[in-house]
Design a protein around this ligand. Sequence first.
Ligand code: PEP
Length: 247
Amino acid sequence: MRTKLVAGNWKMYGNLAANQALLTRIRDAAADLKSRCAVCVPFPYLGQAQASLAGSQVAWGGQNISEHAQGAYTGEVSAEMLAEFGCRYVLVGHSERRALYGESDATVAAKFVAALRAGLTPILCVGETLAEREAGTTSEVVIRQLDAAINASGISTLSRSVLAYEPVWAIGTGKTATPQQAQDVHALLRARIAGSDSAVAQGLQILYGGSVKPGNAQELFAMVDIDGGLIGGASLVADDFLAICNA
Ligand code: PEP
């Protein structure tokens, strides 16, 4: 039985005062939650997350990393730097990074390797656009994105990773995949991994992301291959995030 994980992606929102209220609420509620939870915060707030959450049951992480360990890469942040701030997780390949910052499958795979090298647990995001779904290429797209990471780091490294299926058309749009649509893709991803290593496939947490709210989380998380959620907008509202963690 896989533990459920609910990870918040704050995106580029927040400020010190609002974060503090949110982190304190989540930390205080964490011991009684039904699932594990984590928050992925903007880089400048990693120290705040660490100070607020250290010793609690809530993990924290970043939303992106450089593929490099160090060097003359102005403006970049390495996985090793995140590790110094006690991060457990880092998102890699979020669709906003792929679409807005031109991250290719190869770049995402290099970031996946970099996260593992630093001892972080990468949350590898995969998902198809609306055009790709309508063209019937959803399976091809998500398997291609997954395979890029597997080919770069080896199948066994998925035992130290989390996978998130996030259909691009459902992120921040209010349109959620139906539980069956999400389950179908999660099952496909797990089957692909099982083809190489069934134990790794069985142990892997596969999160669903895309307009998850308190009102739809329970039916999504009830599906056999959905092991929790990656939550954007609703992770900024303490009551909503905590309700999702308990769904
Ligand atoms: C996300 O940012 O990964 C996400 C799923 O956003 P939202 O929950 O707002 O759709």
